[in-house]
Design a protein around this ligand. Structure first.
Ligand SMILES: *[C@@H]1O[C@H](CO)[C@@H](O)[C@H](O)[C@H]1NC(C)=O
Ligand SMILES: *[C@@H]1O[C@H](CO)[C@@H](O)[C@H](O)[C@H]1NC(C)=O
Ligand SMILES: *[C@@H]1O[C@H](CO)[C@@H](O)[C@H](O)[C@H]1NC(C)=O
Ligand SMILES: *[C@@H]1O[C@H](CO)[C@@H](O)[C@H](O)[C@H]1NC(C)=O
Ligand SMILES: *[C@@H]1O[C@H](CO)[C@@H](O)[C@H](O)[C@H]1NC(C)=O
Ligand SMILES: *[C@@H]1O[C@H](CO)[C@@H](O)[C@H](O)[C@H]1NC(C)=O
Length: 631
């Protein structure tokens, strides 16, 4: 059924080129929901998958077949569209409709879904009726980066904008390859920068790194390592592993972590790999590690609450920036199958949430949930505390919300066509009855608006938004449960050095301590000494050796001692040069005792052609001046 014939592909390509004989040859029957409007926004979400795992509170039951976190995203998209439909300033008199399909978290299905949306009509299209094709103007979707890549390649020929809410691969910033790709989630490029600056900020120069063996881990860690090298931070160890590696391999990595001289470990890993690593950490009972995590796992529930408190307390890392979408929670809770009887997403959502079966109009049960009792219709979402209604832990909803507004603002700008001048041939505008996705693309780049929560949304030339992350920290609440607390944020648009804003007092470090852990290979060299590198070790590992007589260093971590100028000599601490004629004698020294015995007031003696004069100075030293008589 989900089969695309070559004929279909050619038909679509023909349509795009406005060939008169274009004809849709097949019909893709994909599960989805739609609503008509003047302009149609496509949506693709992982409704049936576990890919976008739920970010639950810890007290909840295990996952269910329908991915409720994603169903929430579908509802968020509809919520935003309805809000814009009601707006009298944004797209007045224009309604947005939608067509939302399930991409099942697979690139193949995503490609099919994208084609279905790009094609726009499900009925057979007769010859000479290809105008206005496709009628979906843009797509919100691309859960994973690989789906975004697949979708972009599929709909590329249409110039149809794809606005992703979840794809973070830095590779998607390549404008040559993905000219129509936009996203409301920051590129991992910034996450690498953020993590490097975080490490720098806490004065850590000796850290371990772990990455998962996939694009996410590789691209992310590569950027991070480049950044820390520039910052003069050294790597004690750098290891990677795959999900498919034998357990011994993971056990070895945990041994490396355990034996290392640094306790600060930066992990750029996908969630599934991180769970494997942490399981082994628990098994080998390796506590005392200060974890710095990437966004994919740092707010995820990967261990039991007890294990999390013991092994993860103190963990710091970025999370997708989140802001409250006013009214969304109420909207999510009012979903009821009786309101939308032919919405198969709602039906299935209801059945899996309440483990019951809804009777369809003709009295037949849907086969999926046939073993469950009949739904009473009195089930209430208000009593259910799950990832569907819990919008407090995950920024994806906010990103979908922003994506819909990006679309609306672009369409608005396109239809308003300021000053009657457009970007098209002879300065013309797009026309309401004939506009095409590639025309909308012209307006995407210029979108610039402020959300109800006060965040300004616009795109860089790469199609990336301004990178903003929340900074999260694992703490333990009064009940002894792990709690992930917001301790600051990162804003890449701030001037350098100010990008990270942290409430440092609010941070709990590994083991529940309130002091920043140290991560250095060697203590710094005090004035009076210089660094001597250790053979075979990174630059952060060195010994300190005292400056030789006549040389000084007056800064910490001096690379070289400086020779005192002629006629100058170094002091005992080797951090200052003094004129040679000023000598220091201690009370203990014989001459000192003699001189003090001679007189406890300033004076001088002449002998052997030289004159020695002395002063009593407040310290215990006696200052003597040796003046050689003129020859
Ligand atoms: C948009 O508004 C129109 C008119 O009010 C309505 O018919 C349509 O159902 C709305 N669509 C959505 C998706 O809210
Ligand atoms: C919207 O439609 C109303 C009624 O047709 C009209 O009075 C109003 O000017 C329109 N607004 C815009 C912005 O086109
Ligand atoms: C795990 O390590 C901690 C401290 O490092 C120790 O107190 C505890 O007894 C260990 N637990 C097990 C099961 O070995
Ligand atoms: C653009 O304007 C020129 C001069 O007015 C005209 O000759 C030409 O046909 C126009 N091109 C299009 C595509 O309308
Ligand atoms: C976005 O709009 C605001 C206010 O109109 C303006 O100050 C800002 O410079 C704009 N940003 C970009 C990137 O165009
Ligand atoms: C260190 O010594 C040099 C040479 O004597 C001098 O120029 C410099 O100001 C001193 N720096 C400090 C921090 O004392």
């Amino acid at each position: 059924m989900h089969h695309i014939s070559l004929g279909f592909l050619f038909a679509v390509a023909g349509a795009a080129a406005n060939k008169p004989d274009c004809q849709l040859q097949g019909n893709l029957d994909m599960p989805g929901i739609s609503e008509n409007g003047d302009v149609i926004l496509g949506g693709m979400f992982h409704v049936h998958s576990h890919r976008l795992e739920r970010i639950d509170r810890f007290e909840q039951s295990p996952e269910q077949p329908l991915c409720k976190g994603s169903y929430r995203l579908v509802q968020t998209m509809i919520f935003a569209i309805e809000e814009i439909n009601r707006s009298s300033t944004l797209l007045p008199n224009i309604t947005i409709g939608y067509k939302i399909l399930d991409d099942c978290a697979s690139s193949t299905t995503a490609t099919q879904a994208a084609l279905t949306l790009a094609n726009g009509r499900e009925e057979l299209i007769s010859a000479n009726d290809c105008k206005g094709l496709p009628n979906v103007l843009a797509i919100i979707g691309g859960g994973g980066s690989s789906q975004s890549i697949a979708i972009s390649r599929t709909i590329g020929p249409f110039g149809m904008p794809l606005i992703s809410y979840f794809s973070t691969c830095a590779c998607l910033s390549n404008r040559q390859e993905y000219p129509a790709f936009y996203r409301t989630i920051p590129s991992d490029y910034y996450q690498s920068k953020l993590l490097a600056q975080l490490v720098k900020r806490f004065g850590w120069t000796w850290i371990g790194t772990v990455r998962s063996n996939n694009d996410y881990g590789h691209f992310g860690m590569e950027g991070f390592l480049e950044d820390i090298e520039e910052l003069g931070i050294c790597v004690a160890f750098s290891v990677s592993f795959s999900r498919t590696d034998p357990r011994e391999k993971v056990a070895e990595i945990v041994q490396v972590i355990k034996k290392s001289t640094t306790k600060v470990v930066v992990v750029f890993s996908a969630k599934r790999e991180m769970r494997i690593l942490l399981r082994e950490i628990v098994r080998q009972n390796v506590s005392g590690i200060q974890w710095i995590g990437s966004e994919a796992w740092v707010t995820a529930e990967l261990l039991t609450p007890e294990e999390s408190t013991k092994f993860l307390t103190g963990t710091i890392g970025p999370a997708i920036h989140m802001a409250e979408v006013i009214g969304l929670r109420e909207f999510l809770l009012q979903v009821h199958p009786s309101a939308t009887p032919d919405n198969n997403f709602v039906t299935e959502f209801w059945e899996t949430t309440f483990k019951c079966t809804l009777l369809s109009d003709n009295g037949f049960e849907s086969d999926a949930a046939a073993d469950n009792p009949q739904c009473t219709g009195r089930e209430s979402l208000h009593g259910v505390n799950n990832a569907y209604s819990d919008i407090s832990m995950d920024g994806s909803s906010y990103n979908v919300y922003k994506a819909v507004y990006v679309f609306a603002h672009a369409v608005h700008d396109m239809l308003v066509c300021k000053d009657g001048k457009g970007p098209f041939t002879n300065g013309t505008c797009a026309h309401i009855s004939t506009y095409e996705p590639w025309q909308l693309l012209h307006y995407m780049q210029a979108v610039n608006f402020t959300t109800t929560s006060g965040e300004t949304v616009y795109f860089e030339s790469s199609g990336d938004p301004v990178a903003i992350y929340d900074l999260m920290n694992w703490q333990v609440n009064t009940k002894g449960f792990p709690e992930i607390v917001n301790v600051g944020y990162y804003d890449a648009s701030a001037s350098s050095g100010q990008a990270i804003v942290l409430n440092e007092e609010g941070i709990v470090w590994n083991g529940g301590k309130n002091k920043v852990p140290r991560a250095i290979c060697s203590e710094s060299c005090l004035p009076g000494t210089r660094k001597v590198s250790r053979k075979g070790y990174p630059v952060c590992c060195f010994d300190c050796t005292q400056c030789p007589a006549g040389e000084i260093s007056n800064i910490t971590d001096a690379l070289d001692c400086i020779k005192c100028p002629l006629e100058y000599w170094s002091n005992p601490n080797k951090d200052k040069c003094f004129p040679k004629e000023i000598e220091f004698l201690s009370f203990e020294e014989t001459l000192g005792i003699v001189l003090v015995a001679l007189a406890l007031e300033p004076g001088h003696v002449d002998f052997s052609g030289s004159r020695i004069s002395w002063n009593i100075i407040p310290a215990k030293d006696l200052q003597l001046r040796l003046i050689t008589k003129d020859a």
